[in-house]
Every structure is written in structure tokens, then in C-alpha cells.
Design a protein around this ligand. Structure first.
Ligand code: ITT
Length: 205
């Protein structure tokens, strides 16, 4: 069974609308990088080494236009330290409240992948060749699936979802005002999961 690597139950609830999976509460090392794809790929290698079974890591972030993409890869830290209401007040001072949510799903099962529009991360191969490999499964390919949704930062509304959902509005509705199906239909994660689900089902046939 595919292991969905996260400590966040909200993510698993959304993922189960697309794929059969088991939550794997493994706290992988979040390396310092401005690219959430690189963070997710590194995490997937580490989680695969730990689980020894196919894993899917889900790394997401909120990128605010007026704050040059902040909090981005630091979204989790910023939610825990400032909280979403302070993020909203910070953005309210700015000229534009536009923002994007991005999600990268990183899949690893120890095998290599055929070429397709979705990229394969082989970063650690280069590191390994340079004699700089770490112990997180250097050389194992990781396939990446990305989804993005654009919206606006607004004062919090709604009781559903998790994280920044109450302050992220898409076409007049915050993601916390949407049901799981509605959020999946437009969200960064829903888009990444739709791509992954299609690819994964073909791969398993
Ligand atoms: P894991 O790393 O264990 O998966 P996490 O919640 O820390 O759990 P991320 O690092 O991917 O996951 O999330 C970064 C931040 O963005 C964190 O504060 C989440 O609550 C938030 N977040 C992620 N997906 C979200 C979504 O769909 N809607 C609102 N906030 C989200």
C-alpha cells in the first residue's frame, strides 16, 4: 500500500479522494531550500529508505506576491510562530493581496521512471558523483507532481480545511468555506493529486 508521508491528517483526507493510501507519520528532514520540490524530493528519498515501500511526500506552501513569495518554504514555521491572522494583517498593509498556494508531491519506490511531462529529481545523483552524498538514499530517482492555485489573502472565514485555508480566498470563497470535494476541485493539492493519480494508476496496471 502506498504510504502518504505527513503528520497532517487534513492532507490525507484530501488525498483519499484520489488514491488509496496509508498515512505514514514520519517527520523527514526538511532541508533548507527555496524550492519546495527539492525539499519534497529529499524527504521522499529519506522516507523511502525508512519505509522500504512506495512513499508519497507532500510539501506545500503559501507564496504571497507582495512579500516576494514569503512565507513559501517557511509556511509551516510561520503558521506556528506568527499564526495565520498576523500573516493576513501583514498582507492587508500591502497594495496587492494576491497569493498562490503550491503543492509538490514527491513519489519514490526505488525504481527509475520513464520520461513524461512531470519531472524526475535526480539531484542526489549529482551530489553522489561529487562525493557529497548523505545517507538519505543518494541516487534514488524521485518523480515530482506539482499543483498551483492562485487567490487572495482575506480576513479569516470558514470552519473547514486546515492551515491557511481560512485566509485564502479563491473566486469569492475561502478554502475553509469549501467541502473537501470543492477544495480538491480547485486546490494546489487537488491538481497535483489528479496528475499523480492518473500516472500512478497507469503505472500499477
Ligand atoms: P507535513 O510536513 O507533516 O506534511 P505540514 O502541515 O507541516 O505537515 P507543509 O510543510 O507542507 O505540511 O505545510 C506548510 C504549511 O502550509 C503548513 O503551515 C500547513 O498548515 C500549510 N498548508 C499546507 N497545505 C495547505 C492547504 O491545503 N491549505 C492551507 N494550508 C496548507
Amino acid at each position: 500500500m502506498l504510504r502518504y508521508v505527513t503528520t497532517n491528517e487534513g492532507k490525507v483526507r484530501e488525498a483519499r479522494e484520489y488514491i488509496e493510501c496509508e498515512q505514514f507519520e514520519y517527520d523527514y528532514t526538511e532541508i533548507q531550500s527555496s524550492d519546495i520540490g527539492t525539499v519534497a524530493a529529499h524527504g521522499a528519498r529519506e522516507a523511502y529508505r525508512e519505509a522500504g515501500e512506495p512513499v508519497l511526500v507532500d510539501d506545500a506552501g503559501l507564496f504571497v506576491d507582495a512579500l516576494e513569495g514569503f512565507p513559501g518554504p517557511y509556511s509551516s514555521y510561520v503558521e506556528d510562530t506568527l499564526g495565520i491572522e498576523r500573516v493576513q494583517r501583514l498582507v492587508a498593509e500591502e497594495e496587492t493581496r494576491r497569493a498562490a498556494f503550491r503543492c509538490v508531491l514527491a513519489y519514490c519506490d526505488g525504481e527509475d521512471f520513464a520520461a513524461s511531462p512531470d519531472p524526475v529529481d535526480r539531484e542526489n545523483r549529482a551530489l553522489a558523483a561529487a562525493g557529497d552524498e548523505d545517507e538519505s538514499g543518494a541516487g534514488v530517482p524521485v518523480k515530482l507532481f506539482e499543483g498551483t492555485v492562485r487567490g487572495r489573502i482575506v480576513p479569516p472565514r470558514g470552519e473547514g480545511g486546515f492551515g491557511y485555508d481560512p485566509i485564502f480566498e479563491h473566486e469569492g470563497t475561502t478554502m475553509a468555506e469549501m467541502g473537501v470535494d470543492e477544495k480538491n476541485a480547485i486546490s494546489h493539492r487537488g491538481r497535483a493529486l489528479a496528475k499523480f493519480g492518473e500516472w500512478y494508476h497507469e503505472r500499477s496496471e
